[in-house]
Design a protein around this ligand. Structure first.
Ligand SMILES: [Zn+2]
Length: 301
């Protein structure tokens, strides 16, 4: 497969890492969401995959994958082409179709979150090959971020309302939009109300759920028969279903969302964060520690 044009662009990484300006209205799980996804993934990496990740992380990461997982939200302000890679939109239908929905505003195929996950996975398969022409540090940082994004239900939402961005409402007393509620507010409210304002406490609870309440579900979450690409396409389908059944459900312009919405949607957010972590580890383990039959070039679908 020919590399996508975006791989040919190169800004010095250090410039990007120093550019820590927070964009207004960032369009992704908030920082916390991405950090939590990656903290969970780190727990499930094989020894070989963990070593490869360590090798690829920039020095500023301090050896922790989770520190670089929000990076792509800053990079989009320099790499403008990367903005559409954080999401996919459907024409107001509760289903995702790669051929119909995975493109940027200029109609370039593959320029959506599903295409990006497969593309950066594909690039990372060249790790250890001396002729790799990719910046695999960036490939890893993009991949870790986008696997988080594809699990945020409204990152696969309706085109018409930009994944909930144009649905203005009140979250308790604060004015917000629906997309932001799912990126940030549900998580923030949980951390404040349930975890003594500590994100680490929330991560610990998610990890405990994984070894306890969800342990039977993990093999199901990991189930990915697609050997030619990741199962990001399936994760996007799950997200649009969750958008229809939970995120958009009973929501209209100017509504006030409070306890009813929070308590019924928070379990969905918890589960999506955990699934994203498990699946990111699965993808990285397949790339860096797959058996012979697993190691095949991954193609964009
Ligand atoms: Zn994002």
């Amino acid at each position: 497969m020919a590399p996508h044009p975006w791989t040919l662009l190169a800004l010095p990484l250090v410039v990007l890492l120093l550019a820590s300006v927070s964009p207004p209205g960032a369009d992704a799980w908030g920082k916390e969401g991405h950090i939590m996804v990656c903290k969970i993934a780190e727990n499930y990496l094989s020894e070989k995959a963990a070593a490869a990740v360590q090798d690829l992380l920039p020095p500023s990461a301090g050896g922790e994958l989770s520190t670089v997982c929000p990076w792509a939200d800053q990079a989009r302000w320099h790499y403008h082409w990367s903005s559409p890679l954080h999401y996919a939109n459907t024409p107001e239908v509760c289903g995702f179709k790669y051929s119909r929905d995975c493109h940027n505003s200029r109609g370039q195929q593959g320029m959506c979150v599903v295409g990006a996950i497969n593309n950066y996975t594909d690039q990372l398969y060249s790790y250890g090959h001396s002729k790799s022409s990719y910046n695999l540090t960036e490939s890893l940082m993009f991949l870790a971020h986008f696997v988080g994004d594809v699990h945020q239900p409204l990152h696969v939402g309706y085109e018409e309302d930009e994944g909930g961005n144009t649905i203005m409402l009140h979250w308790y007393r604060r004015k917000e939009n629906l997309h932001h509620v799912w990126d940030v507010s549900i998580i923030d409210t949980a951390i404040k109300d349930f975890y003594n304002k500590s994100m680490d406490n929330m991560v610990e609870t998610l990890k405990m759920n994984l070894t306890d309440g969800w342990s039977d579900d993990i093999s199901h979450w990991e189930n990915c028969a697609n050997k030619r690409a990741t199962c990001a396409n399936d994760y996007a389908i799950e997200s649009i279903h969750l958008s229809c059944n939970y995120a958009y459900k009973d929501v209209e312009q100017n509504i006030t969302l409070g306890d009813d919405y929070f308590f019924s949607r928070y379990p969905v957010v918890q589960k999506r964060l955990a699934q994203a972590g498990i699946r990111l580890a699965l993808i990285l383990n397949r790339i860096f520690d797959g058996d012979e039959t697993d190691i095949k070039p991954v193609q964009i679908q």
